[in-house]
Design a protein. Sequence first.
Length: 68
Amino acid sequence: MNEIDHTLSAPRCPICGKARDEAFRPFCSKRCADIDLNRWLSGVYAIPVKDDEDEDGTRPADNDNNER
């Protein structure tokens, strides 16, 4: 009888690669969860954004430093 090794296809911790713990999903431990949180809070991770148009339908100028 062929048995499938579920450890090869099981989701892994995105920080260290160990098998994840359901209590800290998707991480393996509180330590890896805290590392990930610190990366978000310190700006290591960033979601790219596209500048939207201003409320009046125009894009703000790149050098909008006209305040004197």
